[in-house]
Design a protein around this ligand. Structure first.
Ligand code: F6R
Length: 362
């Protein structure tokens, strides 16, 4: 059932164009410049709500960081994003006006269920964003939006991250329209970029050979640092998590601007820096931080927009232009990089040591 692939993870990375088509299927209304998310909020609810709080763990937490920024950008709503195990509900005077969104692939993560129970108990409205029909989270929330990525077997989440962010983008457009923050024309532009995602991801998958060569060249580094800004920041965190999970190498993700506030002390010629350098990741400012690392001898691998410039990076990996979603497409390069580094080292890619696909204890 791996359909000719050596690992489920590789199969699932390559399934992303199809998964994204499923996520978007029937939900994009181009004519009206709106989204149909089959989630029935009461009339006027999205307009009246004061804050959206995300609760999630691991990769789903990083998808939430991306999604929250989309909500702020497109719907002008206040957001917060909490690691589920650290969450305490704080909903102001009218908890119902706080929408608490649990983002969870499995729908069974104990920490996330605990957070959503606390929020519901305090009177907040709750929404599940999940991949799993009939999962516990769907029974414990007021509404559910399915990400429709299809089953994910590899322990490391890949296609579900892409489908989570895409579902949150659809929610952001819907909310932006309802709240009068996004015109039909503006929404159509965002929706056009979303519809371009499957093709853009496919173009990255077609560059697999270049990523394999990059992995061969840098696989023996002592540490890997991933950096990005804005939408590139959660992608940097996710890129580092993927690499550490399956290769067992030390990797960390940083907001690019934070490098100089400490981590730069660790940088030398044995610590490649992988940077999201697309426009939606504030290319120029991030490039400046990358140059600071290069000055200390670090090799730089940059994901750049096909429209933009790479600057002085040692390896430039290109993504097609899809606006706010370029960092999401950049993430596919990081998935392939993690996969190849782990595979070159003969790691147990689909079942990394010490990890489980669904974490049902707190
Ligand atoms: C990383 C990974 C984990 C999960 C986390 C939450 O590749 O898979 O970090 O993202 O355990 O799981 P869900 O999304 O099922 O709540």
């Amino acid at each position: 059932e791996k359909a000719g692939y050596d690992h489920y993870m590789r199969k699932e990375i390559h399934e992303q164009p199809a998964a994204l088509r499923q996520t978007l299927s029937g939900r994009v209304d181009r004519d009206r410049g709106d989204v149909d998310l089959d989630v029935s909020f009461p009339q006027g609810y999205l307009d009246s709500l004061e804050e959206v709080q995300f609760v999630a763990c691991g990769t789903s937490y990083y998808a939430s960081l991306y999604g929250a920024q989309l909500l702020e950008e497109l719907a002008d709503v206040r957001t917060s994003v909490e690691i589920a195990s650290e969450y305490r509900f704080n909903g102001g005077r009218d908890p119902w006006r706080t929408l608490v969104v649990a983002v969870t692939q499995s729908g069974e993560t104990a920490d996330t269920l605990g957070a959503i129970r606390e929020a519901a108990g305090a009177g907040a409205r709750t929404l599940a964003v999940t991949n799993t029909l009939g999962s516990t989270v769907t029974r414990e929330t007021d509404e559910t939006a399915f990400i429709r990525a299809g089953p994910e077997i590899g322990v490391a989440a890949t296609k579900t991250f892409a489908s989570q962010v895409t579902t949150l983008a659809l929610l952001a457009v819907r909310m932006g329209r309802e709240r009068g923050q996004l015109s039909a024309a503006e929404a159509r532009d965002v929706l056009a970029d979303l519809r371009g995602l499957p093709g853009a991801v496919q173009q990255v998958l077609d560059e697999d050979e270049q990523v394999l060569e990059t992995a061969r060249e840098y696989q023996d580094a002592s540490s890997f640092f991933f950096v990005g800004r804005r939408f590139g920041y959660p992608v940097a965190l996710e890129g580092a998590l993927k690499l550490k999970e399956i290769s067992y190498d030390h990797a960390e993700g940083f907001a690019a601007g934070e490098l100089k506030h400490g981590p730069l002390a660790l940088v030398d010629d044995d610590t490649p820096v992988l940077a999201v350098l697309t426009e939606a990741a504030e290319r120029e400012a991030t490039m400046h931080n990358v140059v600071e690392a290069q000055t200390r001898g670090a090799p730089a691998i940059g994901v750049v927009s096909s429209a933009g410039e790479g600057g002085s990076v040692d390896v430039a990996l290109e993504v097609p232009s899809v606006g706010l979603f370029e960092p999401l497409v950049a993430n596919v390069y990081f998935q392939l990089f993690a996969y190849h580094v782990a595979n070159l080292k003969g790691r147990s890619i689909d079942k990394p040591r010490n990890l489980a696909k669904s974490v049902t204890v707190e």
